[in-house]
Design a protein around this ligand. Sequence first.
Ligand SMILES: Nc1ncnc2c1ncn2[C@@H]1O[C@H](COP(=O)(O)OP(=O)(O)O)[C@@H](O)[C@H]1O
Ligand SMILES: C=C(OP(=O)(O)O)C(=O)O
Ligand SMILES: [Ca+2]
Ligand SMILES: [Mn+2]
Length: 659
Amino acid sequence: MAANGTGLPMARKPLAKIVTDDKQGNGMCHDDSAKGVKAQTIDELHFLQKKRSAPTTPLEGNQGAFASLPDDERRRQQLQSISASLASLTRGTGPKVVRGDPAAKSSQAVEHVAHRHHHHVGAPAISVSDDSSLKFTHVLYNLSPAELYEQAVKYEKGSFITSSGALATLSGAKTGRSPRDKRVVMDDTTQNELWWGRGSPNIEMDEHTFLVNRERAVDYLNSLDKVFVNDQFLNWDPQNRIKVRIVSARAYHSLFMHNMCIRPTDEELENFGTPDFTIYNAGQFPCNRYTHYMTSSTSIDLNLARKEMVILGTQYAGEMKKGLFSVMHYLMPKRQILSLHSGCNMGIDGDVALFFGLSGTGKTTLSTDHNRYLIGDDEHCWSDYGVSNIEGGCYAKCIDLSREKEPDIWNAIKFGTVLENVVFDEHIREVEYGDKSVTENTRAAYPIEYIPNAKLPCIGPHPKNVILLACDAFGVLPPVSKLNLAQTMYHFISGYTALVAGTEDGIKEPTATFSACFGAAFIMLHPTKYAAMLAEKMQKHGATGWLVNTGWSGGSYGSGNRIKLAYTRKIIDAIHSGSLLNATYEKIDVFGLEIPTEIEGVPSEILRPENTWGDKKAYKNTLLKLGCLFKNNFETFTNYKIGKDTKLTQEILAAGPNF
Ligand SMILES: Nc1ncnc2c1ncn2[C@@H]1O[C@H](COP(=O)(O)OP(=O)(O)O)[C@@H](O)[C@H]1O
Ligand SMILES: C=C(OP(=O)(O)O)C(=O)O
Ligand SMILES: [Ca+2]
Ligand SMILES: [Mn+2]
């Protein structure tokens, strides 16, 4: 080979030119198996890839706030509404907001608007004195799950796509709610209306401090390149639907709320107008410990008069869903509607069951039943017309989740689902549900229609069965007992469960938790208000109460075992079918509960807890110990009247443990 100093063979003759326009048809260098693209440049090609979404369907007729407006005017008003939401209360102006991702070049040209008090949009520019009003805040408005996935994966550390298509993400330092940091503004109205003081979840704060925290959150959000805005609904009952707006900094939060709230149709979104309630989620940013009332860097602040909630210092997404639930616990009873911390499902014959219970007792697991229609797993309303779900999605615990035991939840963990704080294989991205490295409280949030037999719309007739779930780690409550109305009320007000810490070594003793109405962390009024409404509704519609222990059997935590989910499901089946109503019952000591002697598919000996304990003396002592805990807890309620007459109150007081 001739050396020419270049390392390449020396060309004797110029190379033949490659013919691209092959008129001779010799087939050389030509692939005609597919037509070429219509684009002339890469940019054009990328432009072709995205078909423009129908620009929010044009309206026929003129229902709704913006109905008669042309498209661009309506979009301008929507932006103006978002700018107003983000307005600083001291500077009096909202930021210049622009739709779209700041990273997308094309969005720079789209409409933008700034909100000013006392000024018309489009009025001559006024001079600005602070830098924040010179910048644009990009608004990512009701993005689709696919768009939110891209945002999360691109910009949020710890966001990954799992092998089943779910979006795995981390909630940061907080992996559960922070009830001791939840504050409510006390003003002349709320001072009289709400439940304050011992046992109440409502920790007082004043209006001024709320505004300080609100400003802190708003300034933080406005300092970002972009914020996510979700406009959605709560409550499937159309008469009592609430419009909510969630402003957040993370795609994770936006996708979570997309899944958990009710998703508006394009048409409903066009007519959305002003929200009834707004959440400012600045969870990545702490509150200021020098601010009055602040006891940590976390504060979740609710202002009912302003219809606003501010979140600082926690990214745990459940804070938003449960925060809105508190709002419903205030608004609904005002309309004679009972708000319930319960799951709800319906049989093919229209029989509805409610499942009350504290966290981890089985609301989500047991309401998700392949043989029944799921109305919802966690938050409902009971009005004069029946039940309605407040939410548009479910939030399932997924620690130790298995395909065999909970197939419907397993299958719901797919594209669109948010998976919080789970551990997965770094390469295959298969989730290891048994792994508690990040937290025991791993969660999946998915739209309710991911459950194949979801009842859409999520409403149903009056409940026939009211099931109170307790996960009794003492192992002394029977797997199931039939309750009379007074007993149902006693156990509803007590709101008992006893879980074990699980992750910590050396924990031998279960600790009892009493949480009024099975959700004291979320109620706003005194527990007896909700209890009276429940009693009235159960009486009026002839519902039967049941107490189901989904916890330990054969001994306390440490010596006994958790009741098999398969048995609990058989018990629940017998309640639904009506067969348990007509079973033979016997009474047990101390709690005076009526227990059935037989249930199809359940070994009879486990129905009476005493039978399952080897050490009968230990059983009796544990039973008495739990009885004492119930008595002590109920003391705070003995001076309250429940319902219109003292008769029921007396009966309820007598319905507790007796020894
Ligand atoms: N016998 C049982 N009944 C109900 N749940 C059980 C039982 N045994 C184990 N579990 C587990 O307990 C957890 C119940 O949690 P979940 O249904 O999410 O509670 P909630 O919705 O009330 O917070 C699930 O992880 C479920 O698999
Ligand atoms: C989201 C929660 O609900 P649950 O555990 O009842 O499903 C919670 O309590 O934070
Ligand atoms: Ca749940
Ligand atoms: Mn719940």
